[in-house]
Design a protein around this ligand. Structure first.
Ligand code: GLU
Length: 293
């Protein structure tokens, strides 16, 4: 089975383990359509973002719409599905909001900070790496997962690519505004930049690029969605801690998000969210340590 190759834990990405999973199925959006979780009974201090969202009875969450396993639009339900989406639902539930009270908004890599800064979304949960540059303009709760940047190649790996060193000076597709694009440039790779990772697949098929590069879990989702066409090189060269983006300086909200994540790590909700989405293809990792910066 294709994902059997992931059985070896990838050292560079720390807690990351991509393994074969019997229940993985082609074109599986990575989510289910079970009934919305009941809203929790909550009480927040007046003036906080938590009170504001709770009282308004709604939250707007930015997430990806084209990344299988983490955030993928289901055209039938017109709702996104995936691990990021489930994390968003966990935060909303803790605010006393039902799934029906969440407005989803498509975020691509480049518009995540602007969406938060302009107040177009309340939070972003979108394979969003916590880093110092981004922390200049927004804040992050988390991390809730640690990924690692890797390479996706055509099945059979016709160019014999074994890691980042093999693509230096060659053309590789990635996405504008992502850490992936930045890291490739630092490594001396010739980057073809587009807006979404799914838009990198055609250039890979046509031979315009020798690989697509971003976080291993995104690549694993794309490989699973397009059974037999692509494979992940499985040699990550960065660490990408995924955080929840929020308005800079909103420390109460950040603390609330961190407490909510920690609670979900402890009570099994985080693992359950993983298992019903990314866990259909990837093994369940240990939850990371929350970074209370
Ligand atoms: N995690 C990386 C980032 O936040 C790459 C994936 C993405 O673009 O969403 O930039």
């Amino acid at each position: 089975m294709r994902f059997a190759k992931y059985a070896a834990v990838i050292a560079a990405a720390g807690a990351l383990a991509l393994t074969a999973c019997a229940s993985g199925s082609p074109n599986d959006a990575g989510g289910d359509t079970s009934a919305p979780a009941a809203a929790e009974d909550v009480n927040f201090d007046a003036g906080t973002t938590m009170a504001k969202l709770h009282d308004a009875g709604k939250i707007t969450i930015g997430t990806k719409y084209d990344q299988p396993l983490f955030g993928l639009m289901n055209p039938t339900t017109n709702k996104p599905e995936g691990f990021d989406v489930e994390i968003g639902k966990i935060i909303a539930a803790k605010l006393g909001l039902t799934e029906d009270q969440i407005t989803w908004k498509e975020a691509v890599s480049a518009n995540r900070e602007p969406f938060i800064e302009k107040g177009e979304v309340d939070i972003v949960v979108a394979t969003y790496t916590i880093n110092d540059d981004r922390k200049q303009v927004i804040d992050f709760g988390g991390p809730y997962y640690i990924a690692g940047q890797d390479l996706l190649v055509l099945s059979g790996n016709p160019d014999g690519i074994t890691g980042i060193d093999d693509v230096k000076g060659k053309k590789v597709c990635s996405v504008t505004g992502s850490t992936s694009e930045e890291n490739l440039k630092k490594e001396g790779v010739d980057v073809l930049a587009t807006d979404t990772y799914s838009n990198c697949l055609e250039p890979l098929r046509s031979g315009e690029v020798v690989a697509v590069s971003t976080d291993n879990v995104i690549l694993a989702g794309l490989a699973d969605q397009n059974q037999g066409e692509f494979e992940v090189v499985d040699n990550p060269f960065t660490e990408e801690p995924y955080g929840i983006g929020l308005k800079k300086g909103d420390d109460d909200f950040r603390g609330f998000i961190n407490d909510t994540l920690q609670e979900s790590f402890d009570d099994g909700d985080w693992a359950a969210a993983w298992e019903k989405t990314a866990g259909k293809v990837l093994s369940t990792p240990e939850p990371p340590k929350i970074d209370n910066y």
